[in-house]
Design a protein around this ligand. Sequence first.
Ligand SMILES: Cc1cc2nc3c(=O)[nH]c(=O)nc-3n(C[C@H](O)[C@H](O)[C@H](O)COP(=O)(O)O)c2cc1C
Length: 298
Amino acid sequence: MAPLEGITGSLFRNIYQKHFPGFDRFYTPFFGNTGFNTKEICNIGPEANRGIPLVPQILSNHAEDFLQIAQRMKDYGYKSVNLNLGCPSGTVTSKGRGSGFLRDPKALDAFFSEISDKSPLPFSVKTRVGYEDESLWPEILAVYNRYPVTELIVHPRLKTDMYRPGLRMAAFDYAYRNAAMPVIYNGDINTVEDYRRITETYPDIQAVMIGRGMLRNPGLIGEIRGQEPAGDRAILDWIEDLAKTNYAAYTETPTLFKMKEIWTYLQDRYPGHKKELKQLFKAKKLYEYENAVAAILR
Ligand SMILES: Cc1cc2nc3c(=O)[nH]c(=O)nc-3n(C[C@H](O)[C@H](O)[C@H](O)COP(=O)(O)O)c2cc1C
């Protein structure tokens, strides 16, 4: 399961796993600073993630910070961490983090050189294929190849592509053929056919990572594993459980916010319910939201 900041926190992971088992590894949304707040501690602590094979993700371009967070993850009992070199958000890249770090392979090399000897845990990398063009991709990959990166998760888009349609498969192909470590594919797997196409074209990839596809179709992971597609009943049970659990943990407004964010993806399944979806996104009260959900799913 791909990390989706603001969506795939511990509560989401637990409920998803209960209703739609099948993911064999989860990644946390990124941790960016060394002083964790209470919310972050609740999200990452072992109590909140029992039975979930979880890899914490770190967003940093400072070796010291990375090492400090990695140590903290080790103290929590985690066995590895993941470095975020993909986030395209302007507030992140303007500070040279996430995909912003990809502009400067030399600085990236210096960073890896510092963390490689000292990291308390093995680390993998999740990366885009460049900042504004693909010209540096071979150089970036050569940096990864020089260090003990355990796995390379490649999302074949540039920072400037954001999430626009179109994948840079030639760049993925290059990584597949030239990476020194196992490669994991990530990007736009929304159907079983997408999954098959990728795994048949690239039979040696270690795994695939799925993000928005598991929100658009929560049954996707089961389908990939040979199960029947999820029906509306299963989706209703899941979405109700999620709202109920969020409401118990937070309050009405944040629950509504979180549920609507999930529906921005889930709505693709229900193109015939424009009116109800409009009501859902307009809802100011939980009961208004619940009425709209019932109208769509019952
Ligand atoms: C709302 C949202 C939040 C995301 N948060 C993170 C994050 O915290 N860390 C990260 O590495 N990628 C993050 N991503 C990127 C996804 O993990 C993934 O790489 C991307 O969505 C492409 O995969 P998909 O097409 O399967 O969704 C985020 C994407 C979205 C849409």
